[in-house]
Design a binder for this molecule. Structure first.
Ligand SMILES: Cc1cc2nc3c(=O)[nH]c(=O)nc-3n(C[C@H](O)[C@H](O)[C@H](O)COP(=O)(O)O)c2cc1C
Length: 382
């Protein structure tokens, strides 16, 4: 069968073998910003499972912009070699290496999400939490952010450019700019968290200024043949899809290639008029952004089944599908999906040492055509 999900995707000089993307996933295991062997295991395993693109977790552009102590960073040059190692392991798995860049803003200086509520947060002494306005996240114990000075803003835009240069030197092919989920760039966009009265606040044009400066700054260091994605919360409190569409039209004029469509995160409360978290709940945003702006999009959020993902791409609802938790559940999800969709030689994306044995495994059930083969459970093979 011809699969849309398993068709190649090209953007600028970047060629993906299929449309399945590893969504960025913080591991909270960095040591002073540097990756560890745990990152190598995590990303190497995911890349070997067959995705077209593997996006490394949110990696901080400025040390002050860390979310937690264990965040990865690219805030100084000596962090590049560790990332070059991650690039190598992702490429060895046949996937294209991408990286998400982030500044956590007012969501900085926190504990990992599973930490007990009474666990003290890291010492604020050398870790100021910065935001457009001094408005904390509305949860008990959240750090009180400082409103950024114009100098802080200028330094921040510069730090994104420098991190992009380091990402380039490490060998990444895709940057995903985290401008969603309540982190720094998102809080500049939103009227809820941006009460500035200077050129970075007020009108929606002014509130988008930092994001536009950041993507422009990145492009000064990020080569023309490499791709630039921006992750946006397409709907959130006091922010509708119409505003996202306007912003995406502007971003398209600033060499942004793909919009990574997510939602929420600004207050931690559900958005009032958004669908509840559930099966493919954010796909309509990717579809609407794609239809209304002509921009390629990436859908994410509870994309679970091979046929669901196939339908998203086949029906033009998104160009790429990103998976997070489903890949933690089954790092071989892309190989498994290719088999379930009846792709010829579904294990072609796997390393030879794995593909050989998976093909033999399938041959052990000669009565079952790959396209009809579900999970090899007792009912199927008994
Ligand atoms: C362990 C974990 C870590 C995550 N870390 C990040 C991150 O670094 N940056 C980000 O933008 N989203 C992060 N996310 C959100 C995912 O990228 C994704 O958008 C979300 O999990 C929805 O997709 P899913 O339903 O397939 O998991 C994380 C999610 C998980 C489960």
């Amino acid at each position: 069968m011809t699969s849309h999900l398993f068709s190649p995707f090209e953007i600028r000089g970047v060629a993906l073998r299929n449309r399945v993307v590893v969504s960025p996933m913080w591991q909270y295991l960095g040591v002073d910003g540097a990756p560890t062997v745990a990152h190598t295991v995590h990303l190497g395993r995911l890349a070997e499972g067959g995705p077209g693109l593997t996006i490394v977790e949110g990696t901080t552009v400025d040390r002050r912009g860390r979310g937690t102590v264990g965040d990865l960073g690219l805030w100084q040059d000596d962090l590049v070699p560790g990332h070059a190692g991650l690039v190598d392991i992702i490429r060895a798995g046949g996937s294209v290496p991408g990286i998400q860049l982030i500044h956590a803003g007012r969501k900085g200086r926190r504990n990992p999400p599973w930490a007990p509520e009474d666990q003290p947060v890291p010492d604020p002494a050398d870790w100021p939490v910065l935001a457009p306005s001094a408005i904390p996240v509305p949860v008990p114990g959240a750090a009180a952010p400082e409103a950024m000075s114009l100098r802080d803003i200028e330094e921040t835009a510069h730090s994104w450019a420098q991190a992009a240069r380091r990402a380039r030197d490490a060998g990444y092919d895709v940057i995903d700019v985290q401008a969603a989920h309540g982190y720094l760039l998102h809080t500049f966009l939103s009227p809820l968290t941006n009460r500035r009265t200077d050129a970075y606040g007020g009108s929606s044009h002014n509130r988008a200024r930092l994001l536009i400066e950041v993507v422009d700054a990145i492009r000064t260091e990020w080569p023309d043949d490499k791709a630039l994605f921006v992750r946006l919360s397409c709907v959130d409190v006091r922010w509708g899809l119409d505003r996202t569409v306007e912003l995406v039209r502007e971003l398209r004029c600033h060499a942004v290639d793909v919009i990574d469509c997510t939602s929420g995160g600004l207050t931690g409360r559900p958005t009032p008029d958004a669908p509840a978290v559930g099966y493919g709940y954010q796909v309509p945003y990717a579809e609407q952004v794609r239809v209304q702006t002509g921009s390629p999009t990436m859908a994410v959020g509870m994309i679970v089944h091979a046929r669901q993902a196939e339908e998203i791409v086949a029906c033009g609802r998104a160009d790429l599908v990103a998976l997070g938790r489903e890949l933690l559940h089954n790092p071989n999800w892309p190989l498994d999906a290719a088999r379930k969709l009846g792709v010829a030689d579904p294990y072609a994306a796997a390393p030879a040492r794995t593909a050989h044995w998976l093909r033999k495994r399938d041959e052990s059930f000669p009565g079952l055509a790959p396209s009809t083969m579900g999970d090899l459970d007792v009912a199927t093979v008994g």
